[in-house]
Design a protein around this ligand. Structure first.
Ligand SMILES: Cc1ncc(COP(=O)(O)O)c(C=O)c1O
Length: 388
């Protein structure tokens, strides 16, 4: 990798387990750490022509971003830009890729805040003020494809996908939808937060963009907020970079460094979470107090057929329903291992009753459970006690 973070041939050729450990690290140099510490700088020494300085000003670039972005680029299969949160990454993409007067087609049950910024008038009503039309359709089934066909050639500027969705865990056929969208002239973005690039590769499946909240499994320690966009086309990367630089939506060097440090364990964390989540999903599906278990890895799950073709494993999130909000409160009161918290993907098992926020169309007893790294037998025993 060069100082500017170009991805080397090795970075991309390695298996995922090797990539997360090695990608993005600078060349070996005696007396230096594997991953240099976070670089805190506003201006850098930059004499004469600024084009001759690798770094000039902290809003434009930072070596800690460069290293982590290079690692992400190796994982994603396309150049990456880091943002201070998943929503900052999402907003940058929507703002730069849906032109004034354009049309955004998105899932009706994707992550709540993404739907809010796209469709609900809030302070300034940015999308509405740009004359942008937003169409929504369900992720499962063929609703998104039909909406594309109804809009016709040139009718959709950007198709936004999220698969598996948070929190319902519906999936869509990314390759088929991307091919149809491209045939009709639309760009395609996939929010890959629940899967991560280790489990699902949106760019390889045909998407133009992959968006991830690195706040979740990517970093996994529940201690930072960050996001990234990977893009297929260099001109799109430059538009996004310009947005980040000019709008000043920049990540902190400490977060970038912490994320890169945490990336090394992503493969072992995620694979263990997938194995445990499968056992937890099977346990919950067989429990007589539990209804509506969703996990894309259960063969009877509506998501299974497509997830099995486009995901390497099925993730660490399981959702299920108890009979009421009170039943969920009792569940949390009885559990010793399940933290009641929003977010997912971390090494501590956590869960939340999603209806408490009011943004998702779910029952009062719907629970999104994020399976952590505790011993799975301890976890199953704790769940059994909490449901008793
Ligand atoms: C699927 C999905 N996308 C995007 C986001 C936004 O990420 P962040 O909270 O890092 O802004 C979230 C956060 O929960 C999410 O679940």
């Amino acid at each position: 990798m060069s100082e500017q973070g170009a991805v080397s041939a090795n970075d991309r050729a390695w298996q995922g387990a090797t990539q997360v450990v090695r990608a993005g690290l600078p060349p070996k140099a005696a007396g230096t750490p594997y991953l240099p510490g976070p670089v805190f700088a506003a201006p850098y020494h930059a004499p004469g022509d600024p084009a001759q300085s690798p770094y000039t000003y902290g809003r434009f670039h930072n070596p800690s971003w460069t290293h982590y972005e290079a690692a992400l680029a190796a994982l994603e299969g396309g150049p990456c830009l880091l943002f201070p949160s998943g929503m900052a990454a999402t907003a940058a993409l929507l703002a730069t890729m849906v032109p004034p007067g354009g049309t955004l087609l998105m899932p009706q049950e994707c992550y709540y805040t993404t739907r809010v910024i796209a469709s609900q008038p809030f302070d300034g009503a940015w999308f509405a003020s740009q004359g942008i039309r937003v169409i929504m359709a369900p992720t499962a089934g063929d609703g998104l494809r039909r909406a594309l066909d109804e809009a016709g050639p040139g009718g959709v500027s950007l198709l936004w996908l999220e698969s598996p969705t948070n929190p319902g865990l519906d999936v869509c056929d990314i390759a088929a939808l991307a091919a149809r969208a491209h045939a009709l002239g639309a760009l395609v973005a996939v929010d890959n937060t629940t899967a991560t690039p280790l489990l699902q590769q949106p760019l390889a499946l045909g998407a133009d963009f992959c968006v991830v909240s690195d706040t979740k499994a990517m970093t996994g320690h529940a201690d930072l907020v960050l996001g990234h966009v990977a893009a297929r086309h260099p001109q799109h990367v430059e538009s996004l970079r310009l947005w980040r630089t000019r709008m000043g939506v920049i990540p902190g060097p400490m977060e970038a460094w912490l994320a890169h440090r945490s990336l090394g364990t992503l493969h072992v964390r995620l694979m263990q979470q997938c194995r445990s989540a499968m056992q937890v999903a099977q346990f919950l599906a067989a429990h007589d107090r539990v209804r509506g278990v969703r996990y894309p890895g259960l063969p009877h799950d509506p998501s299974y057929a497509i997830a099995a073709t486009q995901m390497a494993a099925f993730g660490g999130v399981v959702s299920f329903e108890l009979e009421s909000a009170d039943a969920v409160a009792r569940f949390f009161a009885q559990s010793q291992l399940v933290y009641e918290a929003t977010s997912f993907g971390g090494l501590h098992t956590s869960a939340e009753r999603r209806a408490r926020w009011g943004g998702d169309v779910v029952s009062e007893g719907f629970v999104r459970l994020s399976v952590g790294l505790e011993d799975v037998q301890d976890l199953l025993a704790d769940l059994a006690a909490a449901l008793r």
